[in-house]
Design a protein around this ligand. Structure first.
Ligand code: SAM
Length: 285
């Protein structure tokens, strides 16, 4: 069996196929042999489980997933990798490689076709240029997925997992906490990749909630309020929300007052509950 985390094996395969890395597509392939087994274990791949992988590259994580899961569906945008994957995954008959852009695909239909009644997990070393959009699409589309176990840049990992009400929180953290319970699993240094990027990474896990932890009158409006609040994160949220939503500042201040919240509260000081209460008050006003 080929060792796909061995740098010489990778170079030999890639040169045989005349492949050169695309920076634009976030192609940094894993060469640390401990990372993929750890990710595959952490995502819960096993009998009765289907795993969706985004960006299999040459298949280093895919083979670990295929060895454990019932079935793996791997979506790869770069068609130059298809002949490489045919070779590296030849022994794994439970893998289906789909060529396409994860941001464009109808994932509801894909998951239904690929996995039927299986429990579904997402496991991926995500391309850095679309980390948050991919995660938000996977969460917002309300796919029948139990968890996302993904490698992202270390700073993105910290931001994505930050709890609302803490300094590192941003609009994306609030959205993540609304849909999932995030956890930072383990760090991965830049030397674990070929080519080596100039930032470190981390694996995070988002366990998808059955139902959001707060009740909001209108979800789209709730997210507009959160996004506006973080629009100018160093300013009082009342100012940013008023500017971002084009509503009078006095209305935002009145809503804060009705909830006994201080007028000068900044976005990063709001808990998810307080964001929900504020958006509900503004929505009904
Ligand atoms: N899983 C491999 C590994 O760990 O070595 C490769 C990970 S590499 C960070 C990201 C992969 O995502 C690349 O194979 C890249 O071609 C692919 N990719 C980039 N954009 C994509 C997109 N929009 N949809 C699907 N795959 C994409």
């Amino acid at each position: 069996m080929m060792d796909l985390s061995n740098i010489n094996t990778i170079r030999a395969i890639l040169s045989r196929h005349g492949f050169t890395f695309s920076k634009k597509l976030g192609q940094n392939f894993l060469i640390n042999p401990t990372v993929c087994p750890r990710m595959a274990e952490a995502c819960g791949a096993g009998a009765g489980t289907g795993v969706l992988e985004v960006g299999p590259g040459i298949g280093v994580l895919t083979t670990e997933l295929a060895a454990r899961a019932e079935k793996v569906c791997a979506v790869e945008l770069d068609s130059r990798l298809l002949p490489v994957l045919s070779e590296t995954l030849a022994e794994h008959h439970n893998v289906h490689v789909v060529q396409g852009d994860v941001m464009e695909l109808d994932l509801h239909t894909l998951l239904e076709q690929e996995f039927g009644g299986l429990k579904i997990a997402v496991c991926a070393n995500l391309p850095y240029y679309i980390t948050s959009p991919v995660i938000m699409k996977l969460l917002q589309d309300r796919l029948p997925v139990d968890s996302l176990t993904v490698m992202v840049q270390k700073e993105a990992a910290e931001r994505l997992c930050a709890e609302p009400g803490t300094r590192a929180c941003g609009a994306v953290s609030a959205a993540v906490w609304y849909y999932a319970e995030p956890e930072l699993l383990f760090p991965v240094g830049r030397g674990s990749f070929l080519p080596s990027p100039n930032v470190d990474s981390a694996v995070i896990q988002l366990r998808v909630r059955q139902k959001p932890p707060v009740e909001v009158a209108n979800e789209a409006f709730f997210f507009r309020v959160v996004k506006a609040a973080f629009g100018q994160r160093r300013k009082a949220a009342a100012n940013s929300i008023s500017a971002g939503l084009s509503v009078p500042k006095s209305s935002v201040q009145a809503a804060l007052q009705s909830l006994s919240l201080p007028e000068k509260l900044r976005a990063e000081q709001f808990t998810l509950e307080q964001f929900a209460e504020l958006s509900n008050a503004l929505y009904s006003a």
